[in-house]
Design a protein around this ligand. Structure first.
Ligand SMILES: [Mg+2]
Length: 404
């Protein structure tokens, strides 16, 4: 089997997601997805450049092709960033091809599954990624009664997630528009900001009860003293985790927060490759390991990272803002490892999320969990008619087989 073409499409999902389709001379195609990045056109250009390592090659040598591209770029950024995001989408498409070529789901290639369904948590602040793919920090609420309205909104969002069958939720805490904030750049929290975070979190816990898992995400904003203070103030809420309390640039800072925090610290979505996640764990900077497999290098990197986490008795809980394609790929990794905790779902507000694909005769998500199937590869294909309605910008390649 030989790779004959690599096609890409940029679709609007949670931000601009680059989809990768790899064609072969035997008629099989593989499908992958990259973490939504801005500019997505840069991801497309990187995938185009990877063609020289892929065209004419046997796609079933997934790990060798991945390593060839990674090592080729060691002096030009293969430690992180867009290059790894592009490579992740390519790698996922190669796994899909390998599974299809053998007629088995990918999790079977990795030794089978520990579980038939993969539990999801609902990100209840979905929609806070702008059109350029950048996270928007904090609610736009302003004026008198802001705090009460935010708590009411949080309660409503939690109830909506529970009503859809989710038994785990996550909310954002970083509030760049809080009226008590010192200024736009400083993230030393004032007492009113701390009260705001804790008040909202308490309302959410009251709403969901003790039977639902609950995490908070700081989006790498706070400084160390503020992160430690907030973590201590939240200790009574039995959080599943506090996510990225400080910027990802300093492992030492994160390790200091973790050492002082009574709440489990989760991080990893801004680390890349097995090496980057290894450094995070080696620095004792995390309690919950959270790589994004559509960003950090792909499915095999995920399996390797999960194994490293297992060596340290740490749970594995991937970050995920993908369509059903990337979500299914991550779910299959999560099914194949013992130390899986929970997988993210970040598309509560996207009514076309399920319709983007056709999958094993039914929905991807049932009762707040990904339903695995016996279908080969990822077991799903893009629904081209729906996908075309959500094109983010003009495609760089003739993805759907006809000119736009
Ligand atoms: Mg996060």
């Amino acid at each position: 089997m030989k790779i004959t073409a690599i096609r890409t499409a940029i679709l609007r999902v949670v931000g601009p997601c680059v989809f990768v389709k790899i064609d072969t001379d035997e008629g099989l195609t593989g499908l992958g997805e990259c973490y939504p990045s801005a500019p997505a056109a840069a991801i497309v250009a990187l995938i185009d450049a990877m063609g020289e390592h892929l065209l004419g090659q046997d796609p079933r040598n997934v790990n060798a092709l991945h390593e060839q591209i990674r090592r080729f770029n060691l002096f030009t950024g293969a430690q992180g960033g867009h290059l790894l995001t592009a490579l992740s989408g390519v790698e996922l498409a190669l796994w899909d091809l390998l599974g299809k070529s053998l007629g088995v789901p990918c999790y079977r290639l990795w030794g089978g599954k520990f579980r038939d369904t993969v539990r999801l948590y609902a990100d209840c602040n979905a929609g806070t990624i702008d059109a350029a793919g950048q996270h928007v920090s904090g609610p736009a609420e302003a004026g008198a009664g802001r705090e009460a309205r935010l708590r009411d909104q949080a309660e409503q969002a939690a109830r909506a997630a529970l009503a859809r069958g989710f038994r785990a939720v996550k909310f954002d805490t970083d509030d760049a528009r809080h009226p008590a904030k010192h200024d736009a750049w400083n993230w030393s929290l004032t007492p009113r900001e701390i009260d705001s975070v804790v008040g909202r979190a308490e309302r959410i816990r009251q709403t969901i009860g003790d039977g639902v898992d609950f995490a908070l995400d700081i989006h790498a904003r706070y400084d160390v003293p503020s992160a430690v203070t907030v973590a201590r103030e939240l200790a009574h809420l039995k959080l599943m985790w506090l996510e990225e309390p400080v910027p990802p640039d300093s492992l030492e800072a994160l390790a200091r927060v973790r050492a002082a925090s009574p709440v489990p610290i989760c991080a990893g979505e801004n680390a890349y490759t097995r090496f980057g996640l290894h450094a995070l764990m080696q620095a004792n900077a995390v309690d919950v390991v959270m790589p994004d497999l559509a960003k950090c290098g792909g499915a095999m990197e995920g399996l390797r990272i999960a194994a490293q986490a297992e060596l340290r008795s740490l749970p594995f809980a991937p970050h995920n803002v993908c369509s059903p394609v990337g979500t299914m790929a991550m779910a299959q990794v999560c099914a194949a490892i013992p130390n899986f905790l929970v997988l993210e779902f970040h598309a509560l507000d996207l009514d076309y999320w399920e319709d983007l694909v056709t999958y094993a005769g039914g929905p991807v998500i049932v009762d707040g969990a990904v339903r695995l199937s016996e279908a080969p590869g990822w077991g799903l294909e893009l629904n081209d008619a729906v996908a075309r309605r959500h094109l983010h910008r003009r495609m760089s390649r003739d993805y759907f087989g006809e000119p736009l």
